[in-house]
Design a protein around this ligand. Structure first.
Ligand SMILES: NC(=O)c1ccc[n+]([C@@H]2O[C@H](COP(=O)([O-])OP(=O)(O)OC[C@H]3O[C@@H](n4cnc5c(N)ncnc54)[C@H](OP(=O)(O)O)[C@@H]3O)[C@@H](O)[C@H]2O)c1
Length: 293
């Protein structure tokens, strides 16, 4: 599609990831997109990041780059601090210096499990592991330094992605490889969300010039990881038995977040998560059919 003169120039950092590719799909056509991933720059190299931003002169920077994985962050806390807190601080400084709007992603893992209800934007974070702690560090730096910013706190994602390092993709890979029984925690409860729904929701917030700040963005409802995979099994008609387990069965070096559903007190909720799973599975079936044709 040809670019129009009045299109805003958006630099997407981490455009090949789960959230980055959804953002790309949602924003394509209405914004001029410059897409970068780890093949183009290293977020640990601050000089490179600075040059990338200054050379491209974006009006908006959407950052999806982060150091993910609760266990990985416990094992490599310095890298977690660098990518989840200090790199966002650099983006916040660049935003202040050059004037772009910074859009950043945070996580429900900034909260503990004490509330036993949905966490909203006005709840005070209390991270229980290095991942949550470093992500919260990023939130603090951005809200203190960047003048114009949106931080979107999101929960466990499903959505199109080229890699299978995250929970849903790992489970689907195991089924593809012939595993016939999956034991999945029913005591880790969050707000499973479709990356494309989140990206469209974010575009609506930007298009509406909503007040800057922190937003919780999730498909409506809450579910355990067990509920999520049971719904996927139903929609994709997977030949696998899904058994209830406790997260304690799967040893981890970190304290896991076990009850962190989120909802917004500022914007209306996205559609219910089960409807979103159905749509995602329809898309997945089409991709599978194209691959096998
Ligand atoms: N996924 C979830 O369930 C979830 C839940 C809550 C919050 N979040 C938050 O949502 C955001 C996006 O997560 P995601 O699931 O989309 O992540 P992802 O799929 O792992 O994508 C990460 C992106 O960052 C790029 N990247 C990673 N390290 C880099 C580096 N050192 N330099 C440059 N680029 C680098 C990757 O590029 P390559 O493809 O080239 O490696 C990829 O494009 C993160 O802030 C995360 O904390 C995610």
């Amino acid at each position: 599609m040809p670019l129009q003169d009045n299109m805003k120039r958006v630099l997407i950092l981490g455009s090949s990831g789960k959230m980055g590719s959804a953002v790309r799909t949602a924003f394509e056509g209405d914004y001029e997109l410059i897409c970068k991933n780890s093949l183009d720059f290293d977020a640990c190299n601050f000089e490179e990041v600075g040059n990338l931003v200054k050379d491209n002169r974006p009006e908006i920077v959407i950052n999806t780059v982060a150091f993910l994985g609760i266990d990985r962050c416990e094992k490599e806390p310095e890298k977690a601090l660098l990518l989840n807190a200090l790199y966002p601080r650099l983006l916040a400084e660049l935003s202040r210096e050059t004037g772009f709007l910074l859009v950043h992603f945070s996580t429900d893992a900034v909260f503990d499990d004490e509330k036993r209800d949905y966490y909203v934007e006005s709840d005070i974070p209390a991270p229980v592991n290095i991942y949550g702690f470093t992500k919260y560090g990023g939130d603090c730096f951005i809200s203190a330094i960047a003048g114009t910013y949106y931080i979107f706190r999101i929960s466990v994602l499903f959505g199109e992605t080229g890699r299978d390092s995250q929970f849903v993709e790992k489970m689907l890979r195991r089924v593809r490889e012939g595993c016939r029984v999956l034991r999945i925690s029913d005591d880790i409860v969050s707000s499973p969300s479709y990356s494309l729904d989140i990206a469209m929701g974010i575009k609506r917030v930007l298009d509406a010039s909503a007040p800057y700040g922190v937003y919780h963005m999730a498909n409506e409802g809450k579910a355990s990881l067990y509920d999520l995979m049971a719904e996927m099994k139903k929609c994709l008609e997977l030949d696998v038995e899904i058994q209830r387990a406790s997260h304690r069965e799967f040893p981890s070096g970190a304290r896991k977040n076990t009850y962190t559903p989120i909802r917004s007190e500022k914007i209306s909720p996205l559609r219910p998560w089960r409807d979103a799973v159905k749509d995602f599975c329809l898309g997945l079936e089409k991709i599978m059919k194209r691959k096998t044709a």
